[in-house]
Design a protein around this ligand. Structure first.
Ligand SMILES: [Zn+2]
Length: 202
């Protein structure tokens, strides 16, 4: 998949309507990712107004690994999250995809992810990963976990204030394969869509 398509899959947060920015998630470090006129870069250090990239994935499909690249970069690959500033404050690195857990029910967060993998011939491949929406509204939660490689979606909705027992019984959980979820442009549109699924599954 071309880098341009990956980076423009969605431009604004579905929940906050703010610009999505790239983040690289490492368990113990905050590594900046930068997009410029050449492509997307993982920054190894920023000192005295000098920004040094250690990995660059360029719009033309070429890939560069520079001296000083940290050892923990394996397989020339990076996982990037596109997330707005408000959602990024919520320590999204702890958010697991694919499951609505009890602690995640009250989360309000949106992001999508992608992976870029460089080869030994200075080319790279990119793939979209997951699109995650966790939203609460009117005492209910609405979760959508989409695997963007094949658009398989898990929708979950239910009441926030239910006890655990009741929550598990009342939660509506639907797995579907949609043609494309990128047409969803707002959280209200998503909620309406999920309510429709809720009605049909009653
Ligand atoms: Zn957001």
């Amino acid at each position: 998949m071309r880098l341009k398509e990956i980076i423009t899959y969605r431009e604004n947060c579905l929940i906050h309507n703010k610009m999505l920015k790239p983040h690289y998630v490492h368990p113990s470090r905050n590594i900046p990712v930068m997009i410029d006129e050449y492509g997307i870069h993982l920054i190894s250090h920023e000192r005295q107004n000098i920004t040094a990239a250690c990995l660059s994935y360029l719009w033309d499909g070429s890939y560069n690994k520079y001296f000083g690249c940290p050892e923990w970069i394996i397989n020339n690959s990076i996982n990037v999250y596109m997330i707005c500033d408000i959602c990024a404050k919520k320590q999204f690195k702890k958010i697991a995809v694919g499951h609505s857990t009890i602690p995640s029910i009250k989360e309000n967060v949106y992001f999508y992810s992608f992976v870029l993998v460089g080869d030994n011939f200075n080319n790279f491949d990119g793939e979209l990963g997951w699109e995650i929406v966790r939203h609460t509204s009117g005492g209910k939660f609405y979760h959508m976990d989409t695997q963007l490689s094949d658009n398989s979606i898990s929708y979950r909705m239910g009441n926030i204030n239910d006890t655990l027992d009741y929550l598990l019984k009342s939660m509506i959980s639907i797995q579907v394969k949609d043609v494309n979820v990128s047409y969803i442009k707002s959280i209200d549109q998503l909620i309406n869509k999920m309510k429709l699924y809720g009605v049909f599954s009653d």
